[in-house]
Design a protein around this ligand. Structure first.
Ligand SMILES: [Zn+2]
Length: 372
C-alpha cells in the first residue's frame, strides 16, 4: 500500500508494518484524493464525511466528529483577536481521540484483528475500548497500577480487560510489548504510532475549514503530548492547501506543560530529535509524555508551518481552565486548557497580532477530569 509514508524518507512499500523500514520513524497515512475533488462532493456528516481522504474501509461509527465551532466573544474582546473554540469534548467518549479510534479500529477490523491492545489510562484507552466494543473486538488495556479516576472507570464500563502493571508508566508499555510477543492474536492499536489513528485526526482540520467556508485561519493553538493531534491538523491543512481548498497554511503552535516539555526543549534548542525529559507532575495528565514517539516529525512540522512551541505553568493551565468555564461557559479538562494558556502567552509576545483569527481545539470534556 503506497498510502503509507515516512516524513523523512517518503513513500513506504510496506504493507503491514507501522514503522519506516529505513529510519524507524512511525509511518503516516495519506490517500491524496484527486485534485478534481470538490467540497460539494462530500457526503454525510462527521468523520466519515471525509472518506475520500481516509483508508477505504467500511465506516465504524458512534457519531464522532461534527463537533461545534463556536466563538468566544468575551475572551476575544479581552485579547483583541477572533477566537473560535472547537468543542472536541462533545465526541462520543468525551474527547478528540474518537476521530482516530474510529478510523483505526475500522481498518483493524478489515484486516481481521482478533484482539486489540493499547497502553493508556486516559482518553485514548477509553476511546479504543468504546470503538472495540462497537466493532465486537475484545480489547485489553495496559495501565500503571497507580492509575485511577473517571477515565479508568470508563474503560472498564466498555468491557475492556484492564491489566494493571506495577511500577512507573513505561512498565505498562513493556508489559504490553511482552504480551504481544507471546500472543499472535493480539494487535497493538496504538494511539501514538498507528498511521490510521493519525489519519482520523486529520478530519479535525477538514471540519474546521469547512465550518469557516474555507476562509483563512491565522493560528491554531494545540496541546501537545504524543503529538497526534498536532500532526493531524498539520497534515489535514496541508492536504487542503494542496487541493486548493484553502489559500493559506495556518501557523500551528504547540503548547506543553512546563513540568513535561520535551518538544519545547528540543525546538528551542534547534534540534531535530526529541530527547526524553524527566517526568514532572502536572494537572494536564493528557500531555504527560516524556518522549513522544513522533517527536522528530512534530519538530519538522513546527518548522514547516512556522509554529511556536511553548511551555506553560500549572497556574496558567488552571487559570485558563477557569476562564473558559466562567467567561464562555465551556468546561474542559485541564489538558485542554493548554490551548488558551498558550494563546494568552502568544498574544502577550506579539506573535498573535490584533484582529487575527485563532482556533482553539478543546480536546476533552471537564467531566473526565481526575483533578478539579
Ligand atoms: Zn523513514
Amino acid at each position: 500500500m503506497a498510502e503509507l509514508f515516512c516524513f523523512r524518507c517518503g513513500p513506504s512499500s510496506q504493507d503491514r508494518a507501522e514503522f519506516c523500514e529505513r529510519c524507524g520513524a512511525p509511518l503516516s497515512f495519506s490517500r491524496a484524493p484527486e485534485k478534481t475533488l470538490r467540497p460539494a462532493d462530500l457526503r454525510g456528516r462527521g468523520v466519515w464525511r471525509y472518506s475520500p481522504f481516509l483508508p477505504e474501509v467500511e465506516p465504524l461509527t458512534l457519531g464522532e466528529g461534527r463537533t461545534p465551532l463556536i466563538p468566544a466573544p468575551r475572551l476575544a474582546e479581552l485579547l483583541g483577536v477572533e477566537i473560535l473554540l472547537k468543542l472536541e469534548g462533545l465526541n462520543p467518549t468525551g474527547s478528540f481521540k474518537d476521530r482516530g479510534a474510529a478510523v483505526m479500529v475500522a481498518v483493524l477490523r478489515k484486516k481481521g484483528a482478533k484482539k486489540l491492545c493499547d497502553d493508556s489510562s486516559g482518553n485514548a484507552g477509553a476511546s479504543l475500548s468504546a470503538y472495540a466494543a462497537r466493532a465486537g473486538i475484545p480489547a485489553r488495556i495496559f495501565v500503571p497500577a497507580y492509575a485511577s479516576g473517571p477515565k479508568l472507570r470508563q474503560i472498564e464500563a466498555y468491557g475492556a480487560e484492564l491489566v494493571r502493571v506495577p511500577g512507573p508508566r513505561p512498565a505498562a508499555t513493556a508489559a504490553l510489548l511482552g504480551e504481544l510477543e507471546k500472543n499472535p492474536d493480539l494487535v497493538y492499536a496504538s494511539h501514538n504510532h498507528s498511521p490510521y489513528f493519525l489519519a482520523g485526526l486529520r478530519t479535525l482540520a477538514y471540519e474546521i475549514a469547512e465550518d469557516l467556508r474555507f476562509q483563512e485561519v491565522d493560528h491554531v493553538v494545540v496541546p501537545v503530548g504524543g503529538g497526534a493531534l498536532y500532526l493531524g491538523l498539520f497534515y489535514g491543512f496541508s492536504e487542503l492547501l494542496r487541493l486548493g481548498w484553502v489559500k493559506k497554511m495556518p501557523r500551528i503552535h504547540a503548547v506543553q506543560a512546563a513540568a513535561c516539555a520535551p518538544i519545547v526543549r528540543a525546538h528551542l534548542a534547534g534540534e531535530e530529535e526529541v530527547e526524553e525529559v524527566e517526568l514532572g507532575e502536572t494537572v494536564a495528565e493528557g500531555v504527560r509524555i516524556p518522549k513522544p514517539a513522533r517527536g522528530a516529525e512534530i519538530l519538522w512540522a513546527l518548522r514547516s508551518c512556522g509554529g511556536e512551541a511553548l511551555a506553560v505553568t500549572e497556574e496558567e493551565i488552571m487559570e485558563a481552565q477557569r476562564e473558559l468555564a466562567r467567561k464562555e461557559g465551556v468546561y474542559v479538562e485541564p489538558t485542554s486548557a493548554l490551548s488558551l494558556a498558550g494563546l494568552l502567552r502568544l498574544r502577550v509576545q506579539g506573535i498573535i497580532r490584533e484582529g487575527e483569527r485563532v482556533i482553539l481545539p478543546l480536546t476533552g470534556s471537564g467531566l473526565k477530569s481526575a483533578k478539579p
